[in-house]
Design a protein around this ligand. Structure first.
Ligand code: ADP
Ligand code: MG
Length: 320
């Protein structure tokens, strides 16, 4: 069997049926039936070996990641996932790799009830493109440009864990199966949380390149500035333990691959937010407030702290 037969076996045969998929994998195009009146949110992301994940990354983790990064984009719009397509570029001689890749892909697809409706398979350097379609109520999508002045800025979970996990992979401070390494290899897209922020958040972005730089994008799109408290940043205790507080802060501000959500909430909706977030295992933290002007300033113990604007560089320095 070659990879292409395996695609049939591992993808076409394992596709989870959904009622709104009239025709899935197998024809020239898929046919889907969007709910009447719903709006569709569409996102696509490519991950390339050597740029977005180190070569030698477990196939299962690549299968997870290619879908996770896309689900995170939908979550950041407050959209719930429906369907996706998968374009695979595979080097020669990778049949086992495909099976493990499929396991990672399907575990996450099943968790979020997303149907794979088509794709493409070619020979070439290892890279994976997923396109997802998600549903959002009319005019309910949460965009980057909706933040107003004097609104609270929140982040889900803790940032910096994935970057610390990647650092651990490279400096050998942890073995496979380590919790931080898993945070890098198997990011959990905040789908439920993002959808739950409809009518609460005024603007939202997912943190893929680093909290500082991604929040900067949200602020710029919204035409506001922000004042943030370093002390209120949610740090992962195991990152602090392994790398110390200063490095943990650096990971939290500039590390990438977190896939947490960063969003703004007006004072009148903060009670609703706390109620909504009470059941979220990841938790939320208020890290500062928007203000008139532009740019973001970090404050620590009442004093300004330069966060730098370096943002996240992919581990080889590539763009992405
Ligand atoms: P065509 O030449 O008509 O594009 P392909 O041989 O590329 O046909 O694909 C045949 C069917 O298999 C199509 O329905 C396509 O969507 C699906 N397909 C191909 N590769 C993948 C993949 N990696 N994942 C999911 N579906 C795929
Ligand atoms: Mg084709």
């Amino acid at each position: 069997v070659d990879e292409f037969e395996l695609i049939d076996r591992y993808f076409a045969a394992r596709s989870v049926p959904r009622e709104d998929v009239r025709l899935g994998i197998g024809d020239d195009a898929a046919i889907v039936c969007p709910a009447a009146g719903a709006e569709l949110a569409i996102a696509t992301d490519t991950i390339v070996e050597g740029t977005h994940f180190p070569s030698g990354t477990p196939a299962r983790a690549v299968g997870h990641r290619c879908l996770a990064v896309n689900l995170s984009d939908l979550a950041a719009m407050g959209a719930s996932p429906l369907w996706c397509t998968l374009a695979l570029s595979l080097p020669r001689g990778a049949p086992e790799w495909v099976g493990e890749f499929a396991d990672g892909f399907w575990a996450l697809a099943a968790e979020h009830d997303v149907a794979l409706v088509g794709g493409d398979t070619v020979r070439g350097p290892l890279s994976v493109t997923v396109t997802v379609h998600g549903r959002v109520a009319p005019h309910a999508a949460i965009r980057r440009d909706g933040a107003g002045v004097d609104q609270a800025i929140y982040v889900t979970g803790a940032t910096g864990s994935a970057a610390a996990g990647l650092a651990s992979l490279r400096d050998g401070r942890a073995a496979a199966g380590d919790e931080l390494i898993d945070r890098f290899l198997y990011p959990a897209p905040r789908v439920r949380e993002g959808c739950g922020l409809a009518a609460i958040a005024t603007a939202m972005i997912d943190v893929s390149d680093g909290l500082h730089v991604d929040l900067e994008r949200l602020l710029e799109a919204s035409g506001v500035g922000a004042l943030l408290d370093v002390e209120s940043l949610p740090l992962d205790a195991s990152v602090v333990e392994r790398y110390g507080r200063e490095r943990a802060l650096d990971f939290a501000l500039h590390g990438g691959d977190d896939y947490e959500l960063c969003f703004t909430v007006p004072a009148a909706r903060e009670a609703a937010l706390r109620e909504r977030a009470a059941g979220w295992a990841c938790g939320i933290a208020c890290i500062g407030r928007t203000r008139a002007g532009s740019g973001l300033a970090w404050r620590e113990a009442g004093r300004a702290r330069t966060a730098g604007a370096c943002g996240f560089r992919h581990f080889d320095g590539g763009a992405g």
